[in-house]
Design a protein around this ligand. Sequence first.
Ligand SMILES: Nc1ncnc2c1ncn2[C@@H]1O[C@H](COP(=O)(O)OP(=O)(O)OP(=O)(O)O)[C@@H](O)[C@H]1O
Ligand SMILES: [Mg+2]
Length: 199
Amino acid sequence: MDRGILVTIEGIDGAGKTTQSKAVVRWLKKNGYAAKYTSEPTSVGAGKLLGKPGFTASPALEALLFAADRMEHVRRVIEPGLKKGYVIVSDRYVHSSIAYQGTMLGDMDWVRTINKFVPKPDVAFLLDVEPRVALSRIKRPKSRFEKLELLEAVRNAYLDMVASGELILLDGTKSPSQVTEELLAKLKPFLPNPKCKGP
Ligand SMILES: Nc1ncnc2c1ncn2[C@@H]1O[C@H](COP(=O)(O)OP(=O)(O)OP(=O)(O)O)[C@@H](O)[C@H]1O
Ligand SMILES: [Mg+2]
């Protein structure tokens, strides 16, 4: 059985990550791929703690908890899926930690170090949207990360990772279906051959 691939979708809060990750998984399934949507933080263990409304921790502890949650995410979901040949689409992954916790701590290298034991994505996308636009899309109560100044800095950290070739840039300001089209065009070269659906 060929190993699957890990695709990650990154971007600031409200950029459209969940919308696009789910749309890509729908397209993959329709086109004969074994595909799975997954997201971070997860809803178990450290991830459950991080997702609790009102949860606070120092930026360093928060970075450790995100890294711990990711290790469990890899062990429980990502690695078993890759072994079975799935295209795993993760709504946030390592680059979220580098962009958010790295920015808040002012130490990207340490955040990279504590995340060095998880597999690198085969392909990682940045859905780029201006913070003002992204925040205006969020209708629910805003989380502790959803402040204009922080998101400006996080966006710049993400754009640096586009410049270094770690992330592939997508224009997140277009309509959802146009964004999906751009994403699929850029994803297709990385996809394995779809499973034969039979005659
Ligand atoms: N390309 C788009 N243009 C306009 N609105 C969009 C677009 N993509 C998503 N939206 C809308 O913006 C809101 C946020 O989208 P979504 O939940 O996909 O973003 P997200 O990046 O997953 O946000 P979060 O960081 O909060 O999880 C939703 O109401 C969604 O319907
Ligand atoms: Mg989301």
